[in-house]
Design a protein around this ligand. Structure first.
Ligand SMILES: [Zn+2]
Ligand SMILES: [Zn+2]
Length: 336
């Protein structure tokens, strides 16, 4: 089942590493959050544990997987504004970024998967793909106006812009809220327990869960589709991320809402999407059976190399237009 990975890229001199600038504040914040998470055993309470589990699902399963990834980045379904605000707010609680920067980075990953322009390829090294890329910013990323085209739809979306601006206030408010609930419902130690378990530990777990999609599912697992990247399907990452571990399937059909293909590839988030569609909350769900895969896109090296030409314009930005086409830039033939 395991297929040899083929790419059209030379990643021996990763552009992101060569031009990267350190972000010391981000490094310090990530270290502080990990230190806070390590304090969890000394602040244990059942309420703290419950807050950690509930907020893990809400920020990872709903915020990142259902919201930032399948709605904002890939537009796998259509949703009303209130729904976008709700899932986008929960996505911000994952403390990764606002929806625009998250989707932009992710679209760049799909566009340049495992090439020298991939923001977080394990072809640099595993640590870079997992965590290291967060410690730097690169002019190749947000510094180049050309790359803003990759999120043109989101820059024009007032909901996405509002959430992007509200990213830090939303998280600050969540800490204050957890502290106040704990103090007023119990005492100061209870407040500290909720902050430690519901914020610090939970955020660290969500970070590593999300980062494993960038690192582990481009390193270990099996391949169903012969995509032009190193993406793989990995069951335990799928469990941790509510379906995102079926990453090779996803790279084959990026706009499809269903990431699982075989009976054992359980995709919790796709089940949620089907339920939301059934009750009429969301609509126009894109599925792998209807995802566009054109012969022109298959193995076309120009899709990877011609970054700032007209092809980049196709990346996508108008709802249900060229963006969806280009988000399917790495389709692959099924191996079996
Ligand atoms: Zn990937
Ligand atoms: Zn994706």
């Amino acid at each position: 089942m395991l297929a040899e990975t083929k790419t059209n890229h030379d990643s021996s001199n990763p552009r992101w590493v060569a031009n990267a600038h350190a972000k010391p504040a981000v490094v310090l914040f990530i270290i502080v959050c990990h230190a806070g998470a390590l304090a969890a055993p000394w602040t244990f309470s059942w309420a703290g544990l419950a807050s950690s589990i509930i907020l893990y699902y809400l920020s990872m399963g709903v915020g990142i997987t259902l919201g930032f990834h399948r709605l904002f980045a890939h537009r796998s379904y259509r949703a009303p504004q209130w729904f976008k605000i709700a899932v986008g707010t929960l996505g911000c609680l994952s403390l990764q970024s606002g929806p625009i920067r998250w989707a932009l980075t992710h679209r760049l990953h799909h566009r340049f998967s495992d090439s020298k322009d991939d923001p977080h390829s394990p072809r640099v090294n595993f640590f870079w793909a997992h965590t290291g890329w967060n410690f730097y910013w690169s002019p190749e990323h947000l510094g180049l106006p050309g790359h803003h085209r990759f999120a043109r739809d989101l820059y024009a979306d007032p909901v996405a812009r509002l959430l992007e601006r509200g990213f830090l206030p939303i998280n600050a408010a969540s800490i204050v809220l957890l502290l106040c609930i704990g103090v007023f419902a119990g005492d100061v130690p209870m407040g500290l327990s909720l902050v430690t378990w519901g914020f610090a530990l939970r955020v660290v777990l969500v970070w590593h869960g999300t980062w494993l999609v960038n690192s582990a599912t481009h390193t270990w697992g099996y391949r169903t589709f012969a995509t032009n990247d190193a993406s793989r399907n990995l069951w335990w990452v799928a469990l941790l991320t509510f379906g995102e571990g079926w990453h090779n399937n996803h790279h084959a059909h990026p706009t499809a809402a269903d990431h699982g293909r075989r009976w054992f590839e359980f995709d919790f988030t796709y089940c949620t999407i089907c339920l939301l569609e059934l009750v009429g909350v969301i609509s126009h769900v894109k599925r792998s059976t209807s995802s566009r895969v054109s012969d022109r896109q298959k193995g076309d090296p120009a899709l990877h190399d011609n970054r700032y030409s007209g092809r980049t314009e196709e990346m996508g930005t108008e709802p249900n237009s060229g963006g969806n086409e280009l988000n399917d830039a790495h389709p692959g033939k099924k191996l079996r």
